[in-house]
Ligand binder design. Structure first.
Ligand SMILES: NC(=O)c1ccc[n+]([C@@H]2O[C@H](COP(=O)([O-])OP(=O)(O)OC[C@H]3O[C@@H](n4cnc5c(N)ncnc54)[C@H](O)[C@@H]3O)[C@@H](O)[C@H]2O)c1
Length: 446
């Protein structure tokens, strides 16, 4: 490298480092969903000036009006940042040119074939490319298969003439936020960063050090990408184990919930996972398949992932079969039975129904001719295929009107004493009524 090139390289990196260290940098966040909006607000509160970019005009308008649509983003924080001019949003990409750091937080779903769909990343990249300039740091936060940053993003940037690590900086940093979890936030969840070069890692670490108390550096984007996938494989496999344990325990007349609770008293070497109606959300059912797809291309089968996926995906059908049996044991059939599903989000106390097992449970019950209803304070309306449903309040009469109440999501706000008292029959996929032994004869627990 010539002395001039060395000077240029340190120039770009030194200039960016100075702007990051002073938190005076401008940041563009691409994709203002759960992850992007939470990050944009955290960055704004840390002193950065943030431009959020989203293709969804409604979301952009809400942000500019200071209105939050993400359960963990406090509206007063958002409003204060917008009023102070530190956070704004738009649907076009030209302001990316003014940014020092660009963070991509777009969705990464699966195709129907269960293969990774990185089309949102590709489309965001295509929109970004004309506006990227030397001296910027680009970070991918969308969960994806190991290799995406170096095999997909890096070549496009190099084709534009950038030399990564010298005049442009590229890294991957997984988002680990847990929706609805007030104990762990952007600030106290350690941030893993892996850059394409050591300078990329260093700059990304300085950037995230402004919003996260601890930054853990890894040797490459591939390692950072795989780290996120391992975390969700771990959850998927352990949830599947708890689900299979539940079915096995019931076969030998043992209460699986009591077993897990007892095992959890061991202070080392055990972490409790509980059975449930199946996994949901944007992460656990999808992310492991990103990893198994990538390794399959290299001739390796991840059997744990496939088995966990199979077990977890079978759970909604199992809950429906428990419901059918429970009705049958009372001389009723599912056809024309009134079934009330309590909780339709993929986990408690969030407003997200993506991939929620409740959707499949409602669909399967409706296919069998049941008259399905639901109650969920977080979801006023719900579409399940052709079905258009409106949430019912949880009242004594709504509960008593149902031939069977199916507890799918155990929101904290439900009055479980009332459910136990008023419902005629309950299928409890969360052991939410475990504390009401007086009503045991009408409760069937997973
Ligand atoms: N939700 C979570 O709890 C969570 C946690 C960790 C990681 N992740 C990962 O983070 C990523 C984002 O997830 P999310 O839950 O925030 O998704 P989301 O669907 O809530 O939000 C994504 C946003 O990106 C926008 N978008 C799509 N294409 C775009 C484009 N080309 N340009 C600009 N904006 C575009 C969408 O309109 C949407 O507002 C995913 O890869 C996900 O797996 C999510």
């Amino acid at each position: 490298m010539s002395p001039l090139e060395t000077a240029e390289r340190s120039d770009h990196a030194a200039r960016l480092r100075a702007r990051l260290e002073g938190a005076s940098a401008q940041v563009a966040v691409i994709g203002l969903g759960y992850v992007g909006l939470s990050l944009a607000v955290a960055l704004g509160r840390a002193g950065f000036t943030v431009r959020g970019i989203d293709v969804d005009l409604e979301r952009v308008s809400l942000v500019n009006a200071g209105r939050s649509y993400v359960i963990d983003v406090a509206e007063d924080h958002l409003r204060a940042l917008v009023a102070a001019g530190r956070l704004s949003a738009g649907t076009t990409f030209e302001r990316v040119n003014e940014a020092d750091v660009v963070v991509i937080c777009v969705p990464t779903p699966l195709r129907k074939s269960k293969e990774p769909d990185i089309s949102f990343i590709l489309s965001a990249l295509e929109s970004l490319l004309p506006w990227l300039r030397p001296g910027q740091l680009l970070v991918l936060e969308s969960t994806t298969y190991p290799g995406t940053t170096e095999e997909v993003l890096q070549p496009s940037l190099e084709a534009k003439g950038f030399t990564i690590g010298r005049d442009f900086f590229l890294a991957f940093s997984p988002e680990r936020v847990d929706p609805g979890n007030e104990q762990f936030t952007t600030w106290n969840i350690p941030k893993v960063v892996g850059g394409v070069t050591p300078t990329c890692t260093e700059l990304a670490a300085i950037f995230y050090g402004k919003v996260a108390r601890q930054v853990h550096r890894v040797s490459s984007p591939r390692v950072a990408e795989a780290t996120k996938l391992l975390e969700n494989v771990f959850r998927s496999v352990n949830i599947a184990l708890a689900n299979e344990l539940a079915l096995a325990c019931r076969a030998i007349n043992v209460d699986p919930w009591e077993v897990v609770r007892a095992a959890a008293t061991k202070p080392f070497g055990f972490m409790p996972f509980y059975p449930g109606p199946g996994t949901g959300g944007h992460c656990i059912p999808l992310d492991p398949l990103y990893l198994s797809w990538k390794v399959r291309l290299n001739g390796f089968e991840m059997r744990f992932i496939a088995l966990a996926d199979e077990i977890n995906r079978a759970m909604p059908r199992h809950v429906v079969s428990m419901t059918t049996d429970a009705l049958n044991n009372r001389g009723r059939c599912v056809r024309n039975a009134c079934i009330l599903v309590l909780g339709v989000t993929y986990k408690r106390d969030v407003n997200d129904v993506r991939e929620s097992p409740a959707l499949e449970i409602l669909r399967l019950l409706a296919d069998k001719g049941a008259r399905v209803r639901y109650a969920d304070p977080f979801v006023p309306e719900l579409s399940v295929g052709e079905l258009k449903l409106v949430a019912l309040p949880v009242t004594p009469s709504v509960l008593a009107d149902a031939d069977c109440v199916v507890i799918v999501t155990n929101h904290c706000g439900f009055d479980y004493a009332m459910v136990a008292r008023e419902a005629r029959l309950v299928v409890d996929a969360r052991n939410a009524l475990g504390g009401f032994p007086d009503h045991r004869e009408k409760i069937v627990t997973l």
